[in-house]
Design a protein. Structure first.
Length: 309
């Protein structure tokens, strides 16, 4: 784990005085939708984004019907798509920053991927996923960072997945590839941004019950008979998942807000850099670490035998 920015233990790192201002991508449903509502319930400001403003109507209606009408005043909605050109993203962030004159927390939650065998997905599909999920995340992060560096404070949260620790599962290769890259992206940012008092948090959930998570479907443009058995087994497994996921998304996003604000179970604890959510998420990380430690032990003579004599 990174050590350069683990000393902060309080919400004062980010909030200074007054409410935090969150910019959250992908808030039309799922984690982002719940995170926006929880942040608002804590008295914070939320800039919620989605690929179209109509997709945010559910969030707007929920907040508008809340007895606490101050929440409505603390919510703003903006259109943002991961595939938008860089200049469009920069202008959106300029406009979003002008609302409250600050962005304390950026949450990179938006993202998507097909399921399917890697080879059957093909190079073009993988390029699209990389350009959208990884480069799209970089676009909005780099647009927000100048404001955080100017104030010498801020938090960048990036939502990954346990699948980056469990990439051996057939059919989720492209998803695991993207989420693994985002972990490395966040880890490096954490080291480079620590001198500016800006924190990073990579959130890696297990399986959580949210709407629309399986909507991208399967990539089936380049099916190969050799993969039929693997594909059918994977499809059967995924067909059994909806509605049976063990994780409560509301609890997960409550944990994220607690960590960012230094409240609840996070109060008094050092900044973690990583937040693994769900027992299945914990198992995936522990299993991968055990595998790697076993490899290091078994092959230590080869590993150590490569230096100049």
């Amino acid at each position: 784990m990174l050590k350069s920015n683990t000393n902060d233990t309080s919400a004062a790192h980010t909030s200074n005085t007054g409410p935090l201002t969150w910019l959250i991508t992908g808030t039309s449903s799922g984690f982002g939708y719940r995170l926006a509502l929880i942040a608002l319930s804590r008295g914070d400001n939320v800039i919620a984004t989605a690929r179209s403003l109509t997709k945010l109507q559910k969030l707007v209606d929920e907040v508008s019907n809340d007895p606490d009408q101050l929440k409505k005043e603390r919510l703003r909605t903006f259109r943002f798509d991961l595939s938008d050109p860089e200049e469009v993203v920069k202008q959106m962030v300029v406009d979003a920053h002008e609302v409250w004159g600050r962005i304390d927390v950026l949450v990179n939650n938006a993202g998507w991927a097909w399921r399917g065998m890697l080879e059957e997905s093909g190079v073009s599909a993988l390029q699209t996923l990389t350009d959208t999920n990884i480069i799209g995340t970089a676009k909005i992060t780099f647009a927000v960072l100048p404001y955080m560096r100017a104030r010498r404070t801020g938090t960048v949260v990036t939502v990954g997945s346990r699948m980056s620790w469990k990439a051996e599962l057939p059919s989720i290769g492209s998803y695991a590839m993207v989420k693994s890259a985002l972990r490395a992206f966040s880890e490096n940012l954490g080291a480079e941004l620590a001198p500016f008092n800006i924190r990073t948090l990579i959130v890696e959930p297990g399986s959580f019950r949210t709407e629309g998570i399986y909507s991208p479907g399967w990539h089936e443009d380049n099916l190969t008979a050799d993969y039929d058995d693997l594909r059918k087994a994977a499809q059967k497994t995924f067909a059994s998942l909806p509605g049976n996921e063990p994780g409560d998304a509301l609890k997960a996003m409550t944990a994220v807000v607690d960590v960012v604000r230094g409240e609840g179970p996070a109060k008094g604890k050092a900044w973690p850099n990583y937040l693994i959510l769900g027992e299945d998420g914990e198992a995936a990380v522990r299993n991968k670490c055990a595998v790697m430690l076993n490899v290091l032990d078994e092959w230590k003579d080869v590993t150590r035998g490569t230096r100049f004599s």
